[in-house]
Design a protein around this ligand. Sequence first.
Ligand code: FE2
Length: 380
Amino acid sequence: MSDVTISEAGNILVLATDQGLFRFHAVWLRDNAWDEETRSRTNGQRLIALRDIDANVTISAARIDDGTVSVTFAPENKEIRYSLGWLITNAYDRPQRTEKGWLAANVETWDATLSDKIPSDDFGRVATDQGAKHHWLSGVARYGFGKLTNGPIEDQALMRVVDLFGHVRETNYGRHFEVRTEVNPTNLAYTGLGLQAHTDNPYRDPVPTVQVLYCLESSAAGGENMVVDGFWAALRLKAENPDWFGVLSRYCTRFEYAGDKGVVLRSRRPMLELAPDGELTAVRFNNRSAAATTDVPFEDMALYYEAYRRLGEIIDDPAMEVTFRLEPGECFLVDNTRVLHARKAYSGTGTRWLQGCYADKDGLLSTLASLQATMHEAAE
Ligand code: FE2
């Protein structure tokens, strides 16, 4: 049985429910009204600005009947109805997370043991079956990477992967880039080198948030792809020494790329990026494009390097990495704000041809949320 009362001279509504007691400010309730003068019936966008709400807005009456909470606001003398369920879902009068490095509820960290259950599906199935696409994109959102198999083996096939969830992000490298490797005895030492796991293009702001790598040819032995969960690496670092986590999240690193004529890309961002309330939102780690660090005070620079070194060691720890081989027609994508990727060293001769491109995570999450809503409606 739910109940509503007005307190603090009409400034606060107190909602007592079987899920707890929730307080709401009058201005919050008025701002979040769903009547047709406040919100567009067609696209849900707010039609008023805060300046249209009286700064001294109060609640003059409130009642609850059958799961609907009706609130009358003064001085407008306007009654707004809210669904009880919506108010409970959106209640903010609950403990909020503030510790440094918390993760969103739908994010699950992983290490090498994820190898047995890599989020992977068949390209054709994901392209034609909404349920399969929803399942695959959910996995990508949860783990920050996913693989597709049995895709077309043709130039630019990666664009068809991006079409599944969003749009390409074009950069100075073009709409896509070629990763061709010819491994033979004379240059094996050079091209066969493995790379340290990294996030791509940390020198951009914002960084490309999704990367797709698509395999078209693979006859060289070795050269497997591997991925590491940057969030898990950051949390391991924090567990070992909170000061290490603190110094890498508190100060900015500088990244730069000026390898092409007419291109000087620079950014100033922390390696471990937190939202103001402490949520871990992004990891940037790329030894090749780190510029001189100049934003760390002298007193903290030794600690900064200690933390940077240890984070690198954790990233290099084989217990962290998920390794897989891409065959022609297979691809993987990573959340480039979280998951680091690398190529392992080659062990034989042959060729390898991959195409890569960037896309945006907000588009991917939008496609996922929209599929979720459609499936939810269909199930009702
Ligand atoms: Fe890369």
